[in-house]
Design a protein around this ligand. Structure first.
Ligand SMILES: [Zn+2]
Ligand SMILES: [Zn+2]
Length: 519
């Protein structure tokens, strides 16, 4: 998840405001950056700039922007998606300012140019941030795609004209990969060859944000005599916005979800979300044989047209096993690597881009430490200074091409629970926190938790689940209770007070205690 703050003489700009999904925790909360430490220091941005519309760059805007209340600058696609989030949260959208890739804005002492690059979503921009202290290129996520399917290719002239820049804050995601990333067109061609070979139903799972892939799938369906169905709320929203913005002009009309199961299998191509094994997704339901509209049958093929996000491998493996049990054949990056195109630059692209920009210093971001190291090794080969690999929470002083880490702030990312299936329709109602615990008494009159605490939240509540479970355990340890009824009453009061203190919200607590002896 991405959030950077750039400061000059007391003025602050935020670049991106992303989230990540914690698949490893039971109710898969959203993790958002910790900005409270920064707000407490008075580091409050007077503008938020968005490089592109991926969730790891815009997913936390609706959560965190209310703490800032500043203008937001984003391209039409990012604006449309942020607007949808704001509408869901009941937030006013007048802070949103539309940027056309190529535009420049002036904000306090900053001049920022939005420079179009290619990526796995349209309208991605690198930002050239200019102050009297120097010129920084914040690349955002990018690649050099010679055939991006949607949107223009990267214009070398624009970037060469900026050389030399002082510092590049650069995407490291694929810095360990040799050569060039595959173009979106090449991935689409392989996908078409793959679909053409299938005889039964075809389900293609891709990221809903990959409009180029979705557009290509519309064409592939038409070329292979199939009709398109969409499964997944985010996908339907993206296609609707893609059509509005003119990215999906020739997209075929979709089969209503309720009809998908009745059409002859060889006439169906379904695009579905859930490639990461998300348990509530259509694909997971298909894997369990519990999807309302569609049962997979032998002869059907599920194509994974999205890479596994690190950390999700176990969930994806479980999903694939379930799909195989339903009789589906699986096509993925292991048996058909050419259907996949990374959205991030491999080594030759980095070298080409830096050849245009001639940066004096590189700070590698966006990637695991191994990717940052590979990025530094490449920079060193290119004679670009790369003094260190930034960590989350680092405070870095930039002066011309000099970069110095002056402080490290210990940040604690926050968890944001949501339950999309049961979202409350009326606004302003207190969220419901449901908690189920199995407990057992000892002979000192204390109760102990047995097994996991099951937490579910209906509504919006920022709560660190792990810290909350620690609280439950320490309250249990401190509370003697002669009966389960007593325990229930005392624990209830303590937990509501604790959540109130942590989140400033008083939830409706539904507390279920089960005595292990009677369970
Ligand atoms: Zn990203
Ligand atoms: Zn991205």
């Amino acid at each position: 998840m991405n959030l950077s703050l750039y400061g000059f003489e007391g003025h602050w700009l935020a670049v991106d405001c992303g989230m990540m999904i914690r698949q490893d925790l039971p109710s898969q909360p959203l993790q958002v950056p910790d900005v409270d430490h920064l707000v407490a220091r008075g580091w409050v941005p007077s503008a938020l700039l968005i490089t592109h519309a991926h969730e790891d760059h815009i997913g936390a805007v609706a959560c965190l922007w209310p703490k800032w209340g500043c203008p937001i600058y984003a391209t039409p696609l990012a604006c449309a998606l942020i607007k949808a989030k704001f509408d869901e949260h009941g937030l006013a959208t007048d802070a949103l300012n539309l940027i056309t890739p190529g535009d420049a804005i002036e904000h306090g002492p900053f001049t920022v140019r939005f420079l179009p690059v290619t990526h796995s979503i349209p309208e991605s921009c690198s930002l050239l941030i200019h102050t009297p202290a120097g010129r920084v290129m914040h690349t955002g996520d990018w690649k050099l795609d010679p055939a991006p399917v949607v949107g223009p290719t990267v214009d070398p002239v624009t970037f060469k004209a900026l050389a030399p820049v002082d510092v590049v804050i650069g995407d490291s995601t694929c810095a360990d990969v040799e050569g060039f990333s595959r173009s979106e067109q090449a991935a689409s061609d392989s996908l078409e060859a793959c679909v053409a070979k299938c005889s039964g139903r075809v389900v293609v799972s891709c990221f809903s944000s990959n409009l180029a892939r979705i557009k290509a799938l519309g064409d592939i369906a038409q070329h292979t005599g199939r009709r398109i169905g969409l499964l997944g709320r985010s996908l339907e929203r993206m296609v609707r916005i893609g059509i509005q913005l003119g990215y999906l002009d020739d997209f075929p009309s979709r089969i209503p979800t309720s009809d998908i199961g009745y059409l002859p299998p060889e006439e169906v191509l379904i695009i579905a979300t859930g490639s990461q094994g998300e348990p509530r997704s259509a694909l997971s339901k298909m894997a369990q044989g519990s999807h309302r509209e569609l049962d997979l049958t032998p002869g059907d093929t599920v194509i994974f047209s999205a890479r596994a996000i690190p950390g999700n491998e176990v969930f994806i493996q479980r999903l694939k096993e379930g799909l195989k049990r339903q009789g589906a054949d699986i096509v993925d990056e292991t048996n058909a690597p050419s259907i996949h195109a990374s959205g991030h630059p491999a080594q030759e692209e980095l070298a080409t881009f830096y050849g245009w920009l001639r940066p004096r210093t590189l700070l590698p971001v966006h990637g695991e430490p191994a990717h940052q190291q590979a990025h530094q090794a490449l920079a060193t080969r290119l004679n670009i200074a790369t003094p260190f690999a930034p960590l989350n929470g680092d405070v870095i002083e930039l002066r011309g091409a000099k970069a110095e880490r002056t402080e490290h702030i210990e940040l604690t990312p926050q968890l944001h629970f949501q339950n999309a299936g049961r979202r409350r329709s009326s606004r302003g109602q207190a969220p419901t926190l449901s908690l189920a615990l199995v407990v057992t008494p000892d002979d000192r009159g204390h109760w102990w938790r047995q097994g996991p605490a099951i937490i579910d939240i209906d509504g919006h509540l920022l709560l660190d689940e792990e810290a909350f479970i620690d609280t439950i355990d320490s309250v249990l340890e401190a509370l003697p209770a002669t009966s389960l009824k007593r325990l229930r009453r005392d624990l209830y009061a303590h937990l509501v007070a604790d959540v109130h203190e942590r989140t400033n919200v008083k939830p409706v607590l539904e507390l279920q205690l089960i005595d292990a002896q009677n369970a």
